[in-house]
Design a protein. Structure first.
Length: 255
């Protein structure tokens, strides 16, 4: 199975690591040998028809800030050029969600399906803006459009509702759909106010290095420093669990 990966951020790199670590398992269980033949991020691209070396790809992204560092002598091609010209079976869309026009994900998905590629999207934008027409396009081109990873990725709730509750009319649904919300609610249950719990989460986000702060963010962070010292003390006193101490099965979901 030849895969084109759009975007190479948190989700895509996790997928690459997963594919790398489960190569033999996937082959022995499903006879499947997934190969990422092309990948692009906002600054460049990398491709190899025989499959990119995923460890090297992750290192290149880390070192150079772009998959472009994988093979610097290679000509950079745009995402749409890659979809048009590369032989592939599946497109995995992981670029940032945009709810105004859903680009660039929308064009990636449409062009891939028109070319006969199956599509998996974790990008919510295109689905939020054009779900019916995208499903229709998938049907017309006889390809699959899968999107379980967009929400509650760790718990395949959308597929469950679609496949196992076909005869039911779902009236409402309740759950905590992501780790961030669960973290905030857990801290609130342990006595923090919403604002303090939110700020604690934001600070953790900075510390993980996932966010590139603007100068405004940095100024706000500076003024929050003292407050945080007090917050940490308060947290200690109230024994609020850190993320790593919340059991894995409780982090993302509960009913
Ligand atoms: N993280 C989650 O837990 C989660 C869960 C469910 C759904 N999602 C959705 O999954 C998607 C990816 O999430 P993420 O956390 O992996 O985000 P991320 O770390 O910000 O990664 C986004 C990737 O898209 C690339 N990108 C942005 N604009 C682009 C463009 N115009 N052309 C090509 N590439 C572009 C970025 O390039 P650079 O690396 O060059 O910046 C980056 O590699 C988002 O739509 C998000 O809403 C995420």
């Amino acid at each position: 199975m030849r895969i084109i990966l759009c975007g190479f951020g948190v989700v895509a790199q996790s997928l690459a690591k997963l594919l790398e670590s489960r190569t033999s398992d996937l082959y022995s269980k499903y006879g499947m040998k997934p190969r990422i033949v092309g990948v692009f991020d906002s600054k460049g691209s990398a491709h190899d028809n025989s499959g990119l070396d995923l460890k090297k790809l992750i290192s290149a992204k880390k070192e150079f800030g772009s998959v472009r560092g994988y093979n610097k002598s290679e000509k950079i091609i745009s995402g749409l050029e890659m979809i048009e010209n590369l032989d592939a079976d599946v497109l995995i869309e992981t670029t940032a969600s945009n709810y105004k026009d859903a680009e660039p994900g929308m064009s990636h998905i449409i062009n891939a399906m028109k070319k006969g590629l199956h599509v998996i999207s974790v990008n919510k934008g295109p689905l939020a803006l054009a779900f019916p027409s995208l499903m229709e396009l998938a049907k017309y081109n006889q390809v699959l459009l899968r999107f379980s990873g967009t929400v509650g990725g760790g718990t395949p709730i959308l597929d469950y509702a679609k496949n196992s509750l076909r005869g039911e009319k779902i009236i409402s649904f309740q759950g905590i759909l992501n780790g961030t919300t669960n973290y905030i609610l857990t801290n609130m249950r342990n006595g923090l106010s919403f604002n303090d719990a939110l700020q604690d989460e934001v600070n953790q986000f900075y510390e993980k290095g996932k966010y590139e702060p603007t100068s405004e963010d940095l100024a706000r962070k500076k003024s929050e420093k003292d407050k945080q010292k007090q917050l940490k003390l308060l947290k200690k006193q109230r024994k609020a669990p850190s993320m790593s101490r919340i059991p894995r099965h409780n982090r993302d979901f509960y009913y």
